[in-house]
Design a protein around this ligand. Sequence first.
Ligand code: MRU
Length: 345
Amino acid sequence: MSIIPILYEDDCVKMIDQRLLPTQEVWLEYRDYRSVAEAIVTMVIRGAPAIGIAAAYGAALGAREIEASDFSDFTRKFQPICEELAATRPTAVNLFWALDRMKDCACSHQFLPLPDLKHRLLQEAHEIAREDLAMNEAMGKHGATLFPEEGTILTHCNAGALATGGYGTALGVVRAAVEMGKKIAVYADETRPFNQGSRLTAWELQRDAIPVTLICDNMAGALMAKGEIDGVIVGADRIAANGDVANKIGTYTVAVLAREHNIPFYVAVPTSTIDLSLADGSQIPIEERAEREVTHTGDIQLAPSGIAVRNPAFDVTPNRLVTAIITEKGVVQGDYANGLKALFD
Ligand code: MRU
């Protein structure tokens, strides 16, 4: 069974520290919402669906601490907790989707006594986590039919079990294809600067005995030109209403290369990653991260002191480069504006 990176046990939230993988497997425990917010900011947990689940549990832990005389008093105290969790990372819409769901849950159970309301919010966080796993398994089955019986698939970043409530989005499709008996091998882009590909994708596929070969980001084009890559699959942090895809920096480059070499480029997401409120990808907020991620690896300095650095953490792949968007409700191709909207009708 693939790893589940976030659990609720013994009245606390437990997360595997993804900063330490692949060399150390350390589980950290969280008992209050502020430390969960800190875990999201510092990348103990990352990946769009996983940070949504973490935020939901954070909100439930925050609610647990509230003393309130009535529901409006509760809301006054719950709102800033949700705001603090929402301020952790800007790009993945799953974070805001999960927090909205927790706020809606509180509203629709406002007549419960306070201890029951707190319990109901924890149940909602459990449901968000369980549903994510189920969506990934469903998405896997839809997506796996698109893969050849035998072939090599390139992925970028980590859209695996570690980035979700388990099984993974892009890697969930790979897992489902392998479970169907297809002979699929994976090329994992290392994914500079945070190295989610080399540290996390390589780790979780190797752990599950799925053939995986690590490459540097700048090797994909050469391997495509030699005919060594049959398809690309990635996850996403947010998909706009027209099908433009925000995902880890470097995804756009891979999509352009795939188009040049006539290789299908698939994106696998739960519907919680689709943001119909944004018309196109230009409106998706892109996180800029610390310069040090680019200039250093651990304590080793890779660039001259004082050098100017850019570090956008995500890019936007225009819909025209996307062969299909795979969701738990089915595969959308061609007319993304209508196809994505129909998923919510
Ligand atoms: O900065 P990260 O590691 O949170 O970025 C993660 C990604 O870009 C993933 O590809 C995306 O969240 C999809 S995860 C199923």
